[in-house]
Design a protein around this ligand. Sequence first.
Ligand code: NDP
Length: 500
Amino acid sequence: MPGTWTHEFKTDLFKGSAQVNTGLFINGKWVDPVDGETIDVYNPADGSVIGKVSCGSAKDIDLAVNAAKAAYKSSWGLKVPGFERGRLLYKLAELLEKNADSLAAIEALDAGKSFQHARHMDVQDAINNLRYYAGWADKTHGQTIETTEAKFAYTRHEPIGVVGLIVPWNFPLMIAVWKIAPALATGNTIVLKQSEVTPLSALKLAEFIKEAGFPDGVFNVVTGFGQTAGQALTEHPLVGKVSFTGSTLIGRKVMETAAKTNLKRVTLELGGKSPTIVFDDADLEQSVKWVCAALFHHSGQMCAAGTRIFVQEGIYDTFLRALAGAAASIQQGDGFAKSTQQGPVVSQVQLERVLSYIESGKQEGATLVAGGARRPGAGYFVQPTIFADVKPDMKIVREEIFGPVGVVVKFKTEEEAIEAANDTEYGLSSYVYTQNVSRAIRVSNAIEAGTCFVNVGSVLCPQVPFGGYKQSGHGKEMGEYALEAFTQVKAVHINLGMNL
Ligand code: NDP
């Protein structure tokens, strides 16, 4: 029988117990994986093993996909009216709201987040997205199209069928819901492959999905490794679409596999090396605050992190001093301590990866102005780190680090800043700080990225699309645009009985 993970939280910020089913959720039931394998789950704040979940294989993915296919044919898709799909999504949002604190505690423990961030950002954002797409569920319709008197033509926005969702470990619940909410609103059924590094919140979500009353098989979760379970989902012939968030390396592999199998649709939300441009006229205090937030939130483990910071020469020295001071003052610690502003990175692997980038920055001759080391003691903590005097071809300038590491570069003119900002294979996000509105618009228009934030950090809303240019992926999450990612358009031509 599948087990249950139980944890007693006795912290200042959250007290209470949390339980999570640790089986695979297939066809509305908790089941053991066919091979009976398990995966250890770690607490990144101290490196201890806190439990085990099931490790699904290709066989489990096949069972889940077949359950999703059967549910699509019998009890979901356009058979269920949009307002009913919406009602269930509203119900799910209510359940998340009612259990928001315990869900946030699970997420904070598993992913090494601050509890306050998990509660007020990750879980709240998931609730907001569910409500936003619940509202869309009965409003995604086609058009009637005028052609000639002899013909009646219209379009339908139909679901794709079974969709595979592959989600990483940095915002496990939030990113899963960015995909789940529009997929269910438009009538698709789902197999979710959650990162094995942070599996707990998705398993808890499955419990709420069952409680909300979604028919069996509409939503399935398989926890397991990317190279086995993730690969099997991408290869499966009954899966019509894969929505993937993760590294550019694996995103490319997902596309290749989709192309080699059934040409399934793919949307990719991949890495970034997002530029931040701070002009001389920027509000110093506000820009330092937001630059820090966009760089260090969740220890920099954000695809949209503003890691390349271009500062105009007139304020360069002052800004660099202020940024280094702000970085050094960030309180690191356990996510359940009141004073904690930044938690650990997610795993030993990620810790080693981030530290090796810091080492390469030092070796290549960049000047360290803040941080630059692991925090002594237990847990996977890396100090908030800033390098100056970098060169465009250094690894720390070109590659996504996915840790709390930023580089600062001096510039003279707007043109020079735009040129340098666009000198990257990525194009996910960007940040501009200026009090000159015309310049803000000009620069936002010139930057090759899917999102531009002006005088603010990476504060997303369910109504506004998010997604990359260049090698940061394609397709949008959130907003009306995400509905397109989960629907296909059928055109119907009807002869009205005349010669066409
Ligand atoms: P990956 O891209 O490897 O993982 C993302 C998801 O894809 C996980 O669920 C993973 O499973 C799965 N996956 C891995 N291999 C395959 C495959 N062959 N087919 C289908 N799915 C697969 O990211 P990592 O977790 O390894 O992180 C490495 C780097 O990726 C980070 O340092 C960062 O630079 C970047 N990254 C970017 C993210 C973003 O939001 N854009 C998010 C996370 C990482 P599993 O966990 O089992 O490998």
